[in-house]
Design a protein around this ligand. Sequence first.
Ligand code: HEC
Ligand code: HEC
Length: 403
Amino acid sequence: MRIQLFITVVCVVVTLEVVLRSAPANGPALCNTCPPGFELTDANLCKLRSLYQQYESGQGDDPGVGGLKTALPAVRDGFTPQQIDLGRYLFFDPVLSGDGTVSCATCHQPAKGFSDGLKTSVGLHNTKLKRAAPSLWNVAFYKKFFWDARATSLEEQMTGPLYSADEMGTTREQLLKTLNGIAPYRDMFEEAFPDRASGAIRLDEIYTAITAFESSLISLNSRYDQYAHGYPEALNKAEIEGLNIFRSFVARCAECHTPPLFTNQQVAVIGLAPPEGSAFDPGAQETFHDASLRGAFKVPSLRNIDRTAPYTHAGRFDSLREMMTFYSAGRGHEAPRNEKLHIHWHIWEPKLTDYEMDRLVDFVKTLTDESFMPRAPETVPSGLAIDKNTDQKTQASLSPTTH
Ligand code: HEC
Ligand code: HEC
């Protein structure tokens, strides 16, 4: 059973690409409708519409940690359809990197939950980074970014990968020069930012457009959500058992992975050992200059978790089942002896049985929803090839689960 929860108008991206090919000097016409899940206002702004908004009054019949009808935090919306669509082209265009080989989508691949399937990401010139690429679904709701919570906006966050020599390796000057040198982009920015005084593309416009696209990646229509909105048949018996373990005082998962985003957006020390041969990652200790946060990381959302293996900030576990074994094996069992870690008080000794761990896996797999998956452009205005991992064909195989 699949319930249509949103009124959606999907932009016909295919026609746009035809326009691009027949008129290469001009940018492709940008989409003038909002992505699915968003409603266009009279001021030409896309506003999110979600069934969770009905719980905003806090009157849900099941409030509190782990409650089904919990309200969403504030969302970053209100971008124009044109800005969102421009951001989509920029996100997939490797011209944003220093040597034209790496795009945001290289490490945030749609088919892999906007992660990359690697233990830790690989940047420019095959440089191995020290952390894993997080999913980008629902980043519109986050207040802090990066595993160590060191950025406070999407705009600030992206200056990390763009200007890091190990990731995309460009500079502000190069980025502006490159994009301003591509006629289709000049037209597209003109269309997306019609009120500007100058004709040249500005950095803040680039950041706004990419933020607009990222903020459109909404995943709130999983089978779990249908269950939460009052359709009990959306989950089977094993999955409901898993949900109850997840919310239980024994497992305490929902204390940190709090619905509906399945993160409370805080940092916590769960006491993982570093991967073989790697130094211990201090995580949020460095962001907040606080020794009690040594080894603390942002609580990751569990939405679309079935797509984003391997798990944790350093890709420690290949499967969800291994992750459950970690939680069950007891507080601090992995913590390096030479580290004084302040493991979070919700990490305890749940001593889950194999049966319970299997049900937890069943449950978190119900958090998959890719029905608002954007399409990768077939071509980008720079004319550079799009990474083969990020193309349409990969995504075509990804029809959302139907029940
Ligand atoms: C070379 C791989 C790579 C590229 C290219 C890359 N990222 Fe990332 N991204 C990562 C990794 C790794 C992290 C986590 C780093 C950390 O926490 O220290 C990350 C983190 C993020 C986050 C934070 C998510 C969260 O939940 O905190 C966002 C948002 C993001 N990237 C967006 C982008 C955008 C937009 C671009 C293009 C401008 C981009 N990334 C390019 C690998 C990459
Ligand atoms: C004290 C808060 C806390 C509790 C309780 C907790 N987690 Fe986590 N969880 C985290 C943090 C923080 C991370 C990231 C740790 C890291 O990467 O170093 C994480 C990571 C994960 C991941 C990997 C996510 C990814 O994207 O890589 C899964 C899956 C997970 N937790 C499931 C659970 C389950 C199931 C439970 C209950 C048995 C649970 N968690 C209890 C804080 C918590």
